[in-house]
Write a protein that binds this ligand. Structure first.
Ligand code: BGC
Length: 449
């Protein structure tokens, strides 16, 4: 611990601790990762519902070659290694593995097996997501998640990939952000199949919960039968932190309780004890004015109040991740932050975001929350769904013309953090402690206004 000799006003030297500049150590064996998802980075995922929708709907951004990660994964694994990362979260593209009902594409399996081997050999623990927003077109044509038989299709796919790849994988997540998916695709109508129905949203959400429960049991049973090491299975929730303007209104309080239950706990309520760990994606702090059910209105407040935001209009609010982690402690399971990051082209802002959010994760650990890993979203700039390629979330910049990768300043900062398993005290200066303000100069001939 660094101490600085200081003089008290009476002129007596004191050894005061520089509390703000203490290096913040994370627990041993902490997983330091980055995350991507198949459709956002692989390129040419022609057999899924997103691809079909991108071609069909006018003026839609098209994923095209994306980051060509499907062919450049070896180089990208080398990038992760150069950043000292010891974990990588990615998703399997169901439509590549099963382009038509019941037809398995062995080459796709070989591809993912090789990716897993590369990761494991490099000391990078894979966390594999089985469903990250996209469906094979044949499943979508059968009604997607509005139909119960999609659960059976999903389980057949899960059994197949787990049988083929399970020996390489310890961490599985069954579905990514089930609520976010159901709302965007079935209530707000922003994503395919662009429905705006409360009823279908509920049905989709319930079916996703049932798919999770059954996949959880099936995967455990398969590992047991093959005598593989016990897997760890969860789903990726998109938890939000909430603030009520009218703190003392009973009505607001009730509404916040309802919103909190819906966003942060309803999937747990529907899936019971089928979780070995909690996987949380954190981006959103919602300031709730009153009771309104139009989901997009949640986003407007940060802008109206001129708060600091990302380039997609999401408020920068580091303490929110602390609040969410404290809240998740109730489930008594290890917690992994499986996504957190910012869309920006201001590099100092990206680094500040990284350090300030991680600092809150550190505080949560100090407060007794069993956080065991953190994955930055994203390793690469990528296809941000309906927003296309404009938002830049990557630690690594991608030039989409020639697929060149360039490490951003935040990548170097992250590598430094990962290599020492701590936020070094010097790096905390990025948050504004210990800034040397220029001495105020007296201006001559200054006239009062
Ligand atoms: C999703 C990612 C997405 C990220 C940033 C998460 O909700 O899982 O696919 O790119 O947010 O919007």
């Amino acid at each position: 611990m660094r101490t600085r000799r200081r003089r008290s006003p009476a002129g007596v030297a004191t050894g005061e601790r520089l509390k703000f500049h203490r290096t913040l150590y994370f627990p041993p064996k902490f997983l330091w990762g980055t995350a991507t998802s198949a459709h956002q980075v692989e390129g040419n995922n022609r057999a899924n519902d997103w691809w079909a929708w991108e071609q069909r709907v006018k003026n839609r951004p098209k994923s095209g070659r994306a980051c060509d990660h499907y062919f450049r994964y070896r180089d990208d694994v080398a990038v992760i290694k150069s950043l000292h990362g010891n974990a990588y979260r990615f998703s399997l593209e169901w439509s590549r593995i099963e382009p038509e009902a019941g037809q398995w594409n062995h080459r796709a399996i070989d591809h993912y097996r090789d990716l897993l081997r590369q990761l494991n050999r490099s000391g990078i623990k894979p966390m594999v997501t089985l469903h990250h927003f996209t469906l094979p077109q044949w499943v979508a044509k059968h009604g997607g998640w509005t139909r119960r038989h999609t659960i059976a299709y999903y389980l057949r796919y899960v059994r197949y990939v787990v049988g083929e790849l399970g020996d390489q994988v310890e961490f599985w997540t069954t579905v990514n952000e089930p609520l976010g998916y159901a709302l965007h695709a079935y209530l707000v109508g922003l994503w395919p199949p662009q429905r705006t129905s409360y009823w279908q949203t509920l049905v989709v959400y319930r079916n996703l919960a049932s798919a999770h429960r059954r996949a959880y049991r099936a995967i455990h049973q398969m590992y047991r039968a093959r005598r593989w090491h016990k897997p760890k299975i969860g789903f990726n929730g998109n938890n939000v932190s909430l603030y009520a303007y009218r703190q003392h209104s009973l009505f607001s309080w009730l509404f916040i309780r309802l919103a909190d239950w819906l966003w942060n706990h309803s999937f747990f309520a529907l899936t019971g004890a089928t979780h070995d760990f909690i996987a949380v994606n954190y981006y959103f702090h919602y300031r709730l004015h009153g009771v309104h059910f139009r989901i997009l209105r949640f986003y407007t407040q940060a802008r109206a109040e001129h708060r600091e935001m990302s380039e997609v209009g999401w408020e920068v609010y580091p303490q929110g991740i602390f609040d969410v982690l404290i809240d998740l402690r109730r489930y008594g399971k290890p917690i992994y932050v499986t996504e957190n990051g910012i869309a920006t082209t201001h590099e100092s802002k990206r680094t500040r975001y990284l350090v300030s959010y991680l600092k809150e994760v550190y505080h949560a650990v100090q407060a007794g929350v069993d956080v065991r890993g953190y994955f930055w979203w994203s390793l690469l700039d990528n296809f941000e769904w309906h927003l296309g390629f404009t938002p830049r979330f990557g630690l690594v910049k991608v030039n989409y013309r020639n697929q060149e990768r360039t490490l951003r300043p935040a990548a170097y900062a992250y590598a430094r953090i990962v290599s020492v398993n701590a936020i070094p005290h010097r790096m905390l200066r990025v948050l504004g402690h210990s800034i040397n303000l220029p001495a105020t100069r007296r201006r001559k001939n200054r006239h009062p206004a």
